[in-house]
Design a protein around this ligand. Structure first.
Ligand code: DCP
Ligand code: CA
Ligand code: CA
Length: 350
């Protein structure tokens, strides 16, 4: 099963948290171009503002006409801050699930065992709320496409789990434009061919689909019409690093507590290395400080290391180095192995 996580009105929600006085108001996050005072576009707007017709990409000037001035706050984007929160959410998600691919600043795709995915999704939703105060929408479904559509259907603050037949019902009955991957132009061309809903695509011959949309997209659309929704996490196959992240029992700067947690996480990550027959040249330690900032310290070995080689000396050095540089308490730690080498059959290395 797949789990898709998308944060609700992400930039605006973060600003809402940051400025409690803005609660209950329309919050418009803007990318000011600087040409004139109001030139630029809307990055995003909270749900209250969407009721007035304001949306991402709209000129700020137009949003000002639609929004009642007394109830609206216009704020400039602060990408760096949002990226920092995004990085923190990433560590929260990774502590609940092993197969995670971040798809954009506010979106993640995960895969989990069929009988565990719904519970994992629920735990992720709760933890994000608890750790950041932010709400998201999560879809859990047999295909990634189904999970994505379930998440957007349940927005905001939603959670929707589908089985195979519910997924098929949702996707096949969906308006073609609501399918991620079908843009405005493709939708227009499909409508011209008689398809308004996904299931109508099945009536178009594969030859016509390929002629109109090219080989790759045509084949994908043909499958979609027939109810083939697979296609995995994508990056899964070419995983370039493995990481495990966990929360410390309490905020701390005690190197022994930190090392204890890291030992646990290291053996989990090394289990993966062993299973995948990989050796690595780089080890990184991830620190999430009490202000939610994420930092990484890493070390590269001259020669590849096997999963069964001891690296406690290097680990300790990275922890000490970080503690010496940063005065804050640490909430979460993680370990990351990267720069892989395939061991193939060369078990003699060990
Ligand atoms: N964004 C942007 N310009 C756009 C679209 C999005 O700057 N044209 C930024 C602001 C959004 C963030 O990316 O907060 C995530 O985009 P989403 O499409 O996921 O939209 P939101 O999270 O804002 O809203 P929703 O609740 O519909 O997901
Ligand atoms: Ca979003
Ligand atoms: Ca998104």
């Amino acid at each position: 099963m797949y789990i898709h996580i998308d944060m609700d009105y992400f930039f605006a929600q973060i600003e809402e948290k940051r400025h409690p006085m803005a609660k209950g108001k329309i919050i418009v996050v803007c990318v000011y171009s600087g040409r004139t005072q109001d030139s630029g576009v809307v990055s995003t707007v909270n749900y209250l503002g969407r009721r007035f017709g304001i949306h991402s990409g709209m000129p700020i000037m137009q949003a000002k006409k639609l929004a009642p001035p007394a109830d609206t706050v216009f704020l400039p984007v602060d990408k760096e801050y949002y990226a920092q929160i995004s990085g923190y959410i990433d560590t929260v998600i990774r502590s609940h699930c092993k197969k995670v691919v971040q798809a954009s600043i506010d979106e993640w795709n995960c895969a989990d065992e069929d009988d565990k995915a719904a519970e994992t999704g629920e735990r992720i939703k709760e933890s994000i709320k608890k750790e950041t105060g932010l709400v998201c929408s999560i879809g859990v479904s047999p295909s990634l496409l189904g999970a994505k559509m379930a998440a957007s259907k349940s927005k905001p603050d939603g959670f929707l789990v589908l089985d195979k037949s519910q997924e098929h019902e949702m996707i096949s009955g969906s308006d073609i434009e609501k399918v991620p991957g079908i843009g405005g132009k493709t939708a227009e061309a499909l409508r011209a061919l008689g398809a308004n809903l996904v299931k109508h695509i099945a009536k178009i011959s594969p030859v016509v689909l390929v002629e109109t949309f090219g080989r790759k997209s045509g084949a994908w659309l043909n499958g979609l019409g027939k109810g083939e929704y697979d296609g995995g996490l994508g990056e899964e196959k070419e995983q370039v690093e493995v990481s495990r992240i966990g929360t410390l029992k309490e905020k701390t700067r005690d190197p022994y507590m930190i090392m204890g947690k890291l030992d646990e996480l290291e053996s989990e990550a090394k289990e993966w290395l062993m299973g995948m027959k990989k050796s690595y040249k780089t080890v990184g330690i991830i620190f999430v400080t009490e202000n939610l900032k994420t930092h990484t310290k890493s070390f590269s070995f001259r020669n590849p290391k096997g999963w069964n080689e001891d690296i406690s000396k290097e680990k300790k050095a990275l922890v000490d180095e970080f503690l010496a540089e940063n005065p804050l308490e640490i909430r979460r730690v993680g370990i990351r192995f990267g720069n892989f080498m395939d061991l193939g059959g060369q078990t003699t290395l060990f």
